[in-house]
Design a protein around this ligand. Structure first.
Ligand SMILES: NC(=O)C1=CN([C@@H]2O[C@H](COP(=O)(O)OP(=O)(O)OC[C@H]3O[C@@H](n4cnc5c(N)ncnc54)[C@H](O)[C@@H]3O)[C@@H](O)[C@H]2O)[C@@H](O)CC1
Ligand SMILES: [K+]
Length: 502
């Protein structure tokens, strides 16, 4: 059974919104599902909804409206707080519809009301709906919410049915931990099972669990979207130079532009420091591209095994090594890459570096170096010794199997990018035909390294693919098919800033 954590559900929710499926639509579906489960449990009678001020409460407002429209039900909503404290516009919108829906509303502004004016509502209810907290619960429980959980449990103990919306209130949706939680007879959770519901501790509290479809678009989950960018680590105030990533780019030799593009891209994506190590003949050219780059000279015309002595300290003092761009495929270069890799903790391999990889290398790296590879279809074919299939389905299968077998994260570039770590797979469709121009792959590699320095490999690769394509789409608006890799580079900060992840 597919399980999901609270961060990912938020991401999917946001992706839905970006696709045009509004949060209020999902709330409507969630509420309608809850109303249906109530009807199945209770043919007629008094139903009391305990609603918090977040979207979990919003689901309850919708369910109350649906149920009040069915004959035989007397419906009451107890709002924990004042209407003006309701946190989201969707919940507030649905709350405001209650006054036209034959639903009694009681605002609990003081815990003492629970013992006095509100106590009768608990006693006379035939069924209680727990919509105090869903996936948005944070920190220690406060009153009146904490007390309401006790009141719900008291009625449950007396034999009344308690239905929890999404999760029993009080449970941490990810760990299943709690200081106090609603004891439900039935939990109706939305879209996928929440990780916390399956914990040993939670099992006694959830009652029967039903996973309910609420109409989330498949693409919101299968494709990387702005919601996934929300999962990336935010920069904290008070961070120091270097905390937001130190990237070592190893590239150049036959080419000089490629390592410069990767390095600048890492900086534009928010890395604090980028050092670019390049063979001696191109060092000055690379340095001339930008004063923001720290350039280190390697010993000869191309990267070679002797350079390991210069590179060791650099590798140790940087978070991520991004390697391959413009290195060429001289035998000594490929040998050097194979020698360098075991010393890296995190590495992104692109272009020529991919030619150095063999089964034995992957095995020797397992557990020591986290690796992201960013091949295009031709490079992927060479990596696997097998044609890269044309159909999307077969490509997805190939990328998933390769990633699982080799223990790496693969970002297969194409019209639709495929990102997989063997267990999770995401697709990306940002980008445009103008991006077939040289250099955009170098930009992607640097961007990936930059995000990877602060985030898990799979999330970093997926988000990098999305940001790179989105920056390319902005560049396309101005330059069409005449866009350059440098135009993509220039637009990276706009995309990063819009997602507030820089
Ligand atoms: N795809 C989705 O994510 C959907 C989510 N929906 C619902 O939205 C819920 C998540 O909504 P929210 O993120 O608004 O969060 P919640 O409704 O779970 O609760 C957040 C609110 O609870 C209060 N709160 C949090 N911790 C507290 C504490 N320790 N003591 C006292 N008060 C506390 C705060 O006022 C906060 O605004 C889900 O569980 C689900 O029921 C649905 O509307 C449909 C779609
Ligand atoms: K709940």
């Amino acid at each position: 059974m597919k399980c999901i954590n609270s961060l990912r559900i938020k991401a999917i929710d946001r992706n839905c919104e970006c696709l045009g499926l509004l949060p209020v639509q999902l709330m409507e579906n969630a509420g309608a599902v809850i109303a249906q489960h109530i009807r199945e449990r209770l043919e007629s009678g008094r139903v009391l909804f305990l609603a918090g001020r977040g979207n979990n409460g919003g689901d309850a407002f919708v369910a109350a409206r649906h149920l009040a429209g069915s004959s035989g039900y007397t419906v009451k909503v107890m709002l924990l707080g004042k209407a003006r404290d309701i946190r989201t516009k969707e919940a507030l919108h649905n709350f405001s519809l209650l006054k036209f829906s034959r639903v009694d509303v009681l605002e609990i502004t003081d815990s003492s009301q629970l013992e006095t004016s509100a106590s009768e509502s608990f006693q006379e209810a035939d069924l209680l709906v727990d919509a105090v907290f869903g996936t948005g619960i944070r920190g220690k429980l406060r009153d009146p919410e904490s007390k309401v959980i006790d009141f719900i449990n008291r009625e449950g103990k007396a034999g009344k049915t308690v239905i929890s919306v999404d999760i029993p209130s009080g449970l941490d949706p990810d760990s299943g931990d709690f200081e106090k939680a609603v004891h439900a007879g039935l939990t109706v959770t939305f879209h996928h099972m929440k990780t916390g519901l399956l914990s040993e501790k939670a099992k006694e509290y959830t009652g029967m669990i039903k996973v309910a479809d609420i109409g989330i678009c498949v693409d919101a989950e299968q494709y990387v979207g702005p919601g996934d960018l929300m999962m990336l680590r935010r920069r904290e105030s008070g961070e120091h130079k270097g905390d937001s990533g130190k990237i070592l780019v190893i590239g150049g030799g036959p080419y000089s532009g490629a390592p410069a593009l990767a390095s600048l891209s890492a900086l534009k994506a928010g890395a604090d420091l980028v050092t670019v190590a390049v063979p001696e003949p191109v060092a000055e050219i690379v340095a001339s591209y930008s004063p923001n780059l720290i350039v280190r000279k390697l010993s000869s015309n191309v990267l070679c095994p002797e350079d390991l002595s210069i590179l060791m300290d650099l590798i140790n003092s940087h978070d991520v090594v991004v390697m391959g761009m413009g290195l060429g495929r001289a035998a000594e270069t490929l040998e050097a890459i194979r020698k360098i890799l075991p010393f890296c903790r995190k590495a992104v391999l692109d272009a020529d570096a991919l030619s150095s990889l063999s089964g034995a290398i992957f095995e020797s790296l397992a557990g020591n170096c986290e690796l992201i590879v960013t091949p295009h279809a031709g490079e992927f074919a060479r990596l696997r010794n097998m044609e890269t299939p044309d159909s999307l389905e077969s490509r997805i299968k190939a990328v998933r199997e390769f990633s699982e077998e080799k223990g790496v994260v693969t970002l297969l570039k194409g019209k639709i990018d495929i990102i997989s770590d063997g267990k999770q797979t995401l697709l990306n469709r940002t980008g445009n035909p103008g991006m077939t121009v040289g250099g955009t792959g170098d930009v992607l590699a640097g961007l990936t390294g930059s995000i990877f320095s602060r985030n898990p490999a799979f999330l970093a690769a997926a988000c990098a693919a999305h940001v790179n394509g989105a920056a390319g789409d902005l560049a396309f608006e101005k330059a069409g098919n005449g866009l350059l890799a440098t135009d993509v580079l220039e637009n990276i900060p706009k995309i990063i800033k819009a997602a507030e992840i820089g």
